[in-house]
Design a protein around this ligand. Structure first.
Ligand SMILES: *Cc1c(COP(=O)(O)O)cnc(C)c1O
Length: 385
């Protein structure tokens, strides 16, 4: 906590002393697995570009063509005159993709979560969240002024206790794939509990859409849950889709309501229409990428088998997020630094992003990786162990 502005240098110094000071690595090349970081060639295991679409020729071409046709800026918010045909077509296509009546596109996932939760919930209501939910979901419920109850990670029994304590309208919120652990929410059990208690379920499938399920339909699609089971489905477009933005999908009336009341949708300039056009191209590629997903799954298996021979602890994840639990902050930083000196980029994740004592290397795999890339990571980890 910052007690006075004059404390800023001291607070920074303390953060450094605890090895918690955050610094940015600088990308000097394209976002892809073999790239340039701080001027050096590097093999990256950090990005959320799960399908290798962030630097895909067809998407880049569509973006530049759309810039030539529609210009660079949206020029206004959606409710003034920034709402472009490309945005609307993308919304219709995302609704069809997710099997929902309608979708609303936001500029970022952070804004989508803030807007959705704060528009639907208020004082006297209850938002129930998994302990490990993404920060944007927690911030959204704080903004709404509803009471926030949290349940133990992925624990439907504790969730049910919370549901019994809820007052007012109740919204249960969860990540689909948990962003720091890579495991999946037990959506089927959760949706049954929500229906039994008259609560709505909101799933943020930022790391599942495009990655899991046939045609990349995500965890919600893979679990076969419709819009009665999951009335609010959030997806982000800056991860597997390789562009930027996010959306919420659900019933037409829900989306119409959010269009009226979600402040992070209303009071901001619309994303450039060319970005929406590029995302439409990405959506086609995502749906056609079953072979790419099969390749990615083979890499995940190969990595997990390889780590099984090493003195590192894997987490129960079958997604491209494959954290290695290290424990102490210093050990995690040391390992990350050792990998980096050998040309491999893997970020150390530290508190407060993860609980104290659970510092980890967050390895994320991408379809852009080859089997040789995975073997290089495994061999280097073995050298460092
Ligand atoms: C990345 C992420 C977000 C934020 O999305 P942005 O488009 O990057 O703002 C929201 N929720 C989850 C679970 C995420 O992983």
């Amino acid at each position: 906590m910052l007690k006075a502005f004059s404390d800023i240098p001291r607070v920074l110094e303390e953060r450094r002393a605890q090895s918690l000071y955050r610094e940015r690595t600088r990308l000097d090349g394209a976002q892809q697995v073999h790239t340039l970081i701080d001027g050096r060639p590097m093999l990256s295991f950090c990005s959320n570009d799960y399908l290798g679409l962030a630097n895909h020729r067809a998407i880049a071409r569509r973006l530049t063509e759309a810039v030539a046709a529609h210009g660079t800026g949206a020029g206004a918010s959606h409710l003034v005159n920034g709402h472009h045909a490309e945005h609307e077509a993308l919304e219709d296509e995302l609704a069809a993709f997710t099997g929902r009546e309608a979708a609303l596109v936001f500029s970022t996932g952070y804004m989508a979560n803030l807007g959705v939760i704060s528009a639907l919930m208020g004082r006297g209501d209850t938002v129930v969240q998994d302990k490990l939910n993404h920060a944007s979901l927690i911030d959204g419920s704080q903004l709404s002024q509803a009471r926030l109850l949290r349940y133990r990670h992925n624990d439907p029994i504790h969730l049910e206790e919370r549901l019994k304590q809820a007052q007012g309208k109740c919204l249960v919120v969860t990540d689909g794939v948990f962003s720091m652990d890579g495991d999946c929410a037990q959506l089927k059990a959760m949706s049954e509990l929500c229906q039994a208690h008259g609560a709505w379920l909101m799933v943020d499938d930022a790391h599942g859409l495009g990655v899991l399920g046939d045609q990349g339909q995500g965890l919600v699609g893979q679990c076969g849950l419709n819009e009665s089971d999951v009335p609010l489905l959030v997806g982000t477009l800056g991860k597997a889709f390789g562009t930027a933005g996010a959306f919420v999908a659900g019933r037409r009336s829900t989306i119409d309501y959010l269009l009226q009341y979600a402040r992070s949708y209303i009071y901001t300039t619309a994303a450039p229409p060319a970005v929406a056009a590029a995302t439409r191209e990405a959506l086609v590629l995502v749906e056609q990428a079953d072979d790419t997903r099969a390749h990615l799954n083979r890499l995940i298996q190969r990595f997990r088998q390889g780590v099984g021979q090493l003195p590192f602890e894997l987490m129960p994840s079958h997604t491209p997020i494959q954290p290695l639990l290290v424990g102490s902050v210093d050990a995690a930083l040391h390992l990350s630094q050792g990998l980096r000196e050998r040309g491999l980029l893997v970020t150390a994740i530290r508190p407060p992003t993860v609980p104290v004592g659970e510092a980890r290397l967050r390895v994320t795999l991408s379809a852009g990786h080859s089997e040789a890339d995975i073997d290089r990571l495994l061999n280097t980890l073995e050298d460092l162990a």
